[in-house]
Design a protein around this ligand. Structure first.
Ligand code: HEM
Length: 416
């Protein structure tokens, strides 16, 4: 299949050192349904960069399935699909049943129950960071905040938190030599091909989750693990060992890295847009709207993907059964047809129907209310305490085209 532009969104250099936003803009303007060739054994993929094309694919689950892999570009054989399948890679009734197991724990009302805890945690985190004045915002503020909340929901001890963070880093960072113990495209990763992210860290996560399950099975705990092991999905099919492992791993990973990066990018955009920062400081009642703009601009997850179940067409391009179709949420979030002047940060932007959590389909982020609450509480606590925040260096990007990650962000804070 001929491509009309030379941009490759499989090129990790673009995401680590280059300007993926310029690449998204060029594709959206010149080749919005773009074919990228890939080296064997992969077969290439379609990249969607227009908001409405992406929503169309996410909604049409009959034509665009998650069952052949959703998490990245890696093509999985039957054995891998079977071994690694999680809710993310499940369609239809079974997906609904799996999702429903945890849905009640993540509604806006349910997560509001954590607000007081979150306020205390945020204040403590900021006290410690602000004492230093100059510090790495990722390490001191953003990194362990989301996982501490999850640790509480999972009811695991404080001393395990560093370990949970490290597992997340190793799995999500599986394309970054600084984080991965086994890089996804290395020969060594072959022996881990049946594990999520091809990461040996997954084995440690499974072992940890299984020990918690053993302790909590048959008891009446209300934490997430107790709910997982003591409930049968509404389709009547109990969780298999694989289902439990992948569900537990998803809970540990999904809410950790993503929210961390959302918090860091938000700080960065506020530093770059002091007028917006002042506006939120003067009118804190706007912060919930600000959070939506933070999420749009941050786009912590660059993409997920689907696979075509039949021959079809998008924007005049012929998609063949079996083709991978990649939905670049980050590109949709800068589509000028939907977001006028998309690079301008406007914390009062309305409407702001961004797709940072996906949009319109059944897989839309389960943890979105929790993530929104965490970001809101962070900035409601941080903004009144600072007079000025200055970047002491650029953000250091994760080598990944899946998660828009920041490894380090040095800042100096002048307190109010
Ligand atoms: C800013 C933070 C977050 C972002 C940007 C984000 C992004 C996303 C996206 C884009 C999806 C859709 C996947 C698809 O379409 O295939 C998703 C799914 C999911 N997210 Fe999040 N997420 C965030 C925070 C969280 C949190 C805090 C949790 C909870 C612990 C969480 C748990 C999940 C789960 C379980 C799914 C799978 C849902 C399903 O397949 O039905 N996420 N997330």
């Amino acid at each position: 299949m001929a491509s009309t532009t030379k941009i490759s969104l499989a090129d990790l250099d673009l995401f680590e050192h280059g300007d993926p936003w310029a690449a998204f803009d060029e594709l959206r303007a010149t080749d919005p349904v773009h074919w990228d060739d890939e080296e064997a054994p992969n077969h290439g993929f379609w990249s969607l960069t227009r908001y409405h094309d992406i929503v169309g694919v996410l909604r049409d689950t009959e034509t665009f399935s998650s069952e052949r892999g959703a998490v990245n570009l890696e093509e999985l054989d039957e054995e891998q699909l079977e071994a690694r399948k999680s809710m993310l890679e499940t369609d239809g009734m079974r997906h609904r049943a799996l999702r429903k197991l945890m849905q009640g724990e993540f509604t806006p009302r349910a997560v509001a129950g954590y607000e007081t805890f979150l306020r205390g945690l945020t204040a403590k985190t900021l006290d410690a960071a602000f004492e230093k004045q100059e510090f790495d915002f990722v390490k001191e503020v953003a990194a362990d905040f989301p996982i501490r909340v999850l640790a509480r929901m999972l009811d695991v001890p404080e001393q395990d938190i560093d370990q949970l963070i490290e597992w997340g880093n190793r799995m999500i960072g599986n394309t970054d030599p600084e984080h991965a113990d086994v890089l996804i495209d290395s020969e060594e990763s072959e022996q881990y091909r049946l594990l999520p992210f091809r990461s040996p860290a997954a084995l440690e996560v499974f072992e940890y989750g299984n020990e918690l399950a053993r302790q909590r099975r048959g008891k009446d705990g209300t934490d997430l693990v107790s709910r997982l092991v003591n409930q049968v999905p509404e389709d009547g099919v109990p969780l298999s060992q694989r289902d439990f492992n992948s569900y537990f791993l998803l809970l540990v990973v999904a809410g950790n890295e993503t929210t961390r990066h959302a918090i860091t990018h938000s700080m960065r955009y506020l530093i770059d847009n002091p007028d917006q920062m002042h506006l939120l400081q003067e009118r804190p009642e706007l912060i919930p709207w600000g959070v939506e703009e933070f999420l749009r601009m941050a786009s912590p997850v660059y993409h997920f993907r689907r696979t075509a179940t039949r021959d079809t067409e998008i924007g005049g391009k012929q998609i063949k059964e079996g083709d991978k179709v990649v939905t670049w949420f980050a590109a949709g979030n800068r589509d000028p047809e939907v977001f006028p002047d998309p690079y301008r940060m406007d914390v009062t932007r309305t409407p702001n129907e961004h797709m940072a959590f996906g949009r319109g389909g059944p897989h839309m982020c389960l943890g979105n209310a929790l993530a929104r609450l965490e970001i809101r509480v962070m900035y409601e606590t941080l903004l009144p305490r600072v007079k000025r925040v200055e970047a002491l260096g650029p953000v250091d990007h994760l080598r990944s085209n899946f998660v828009n990650g920041v490894k380090r962000f040095p800042v100096r804070v002048e307190l109010a």
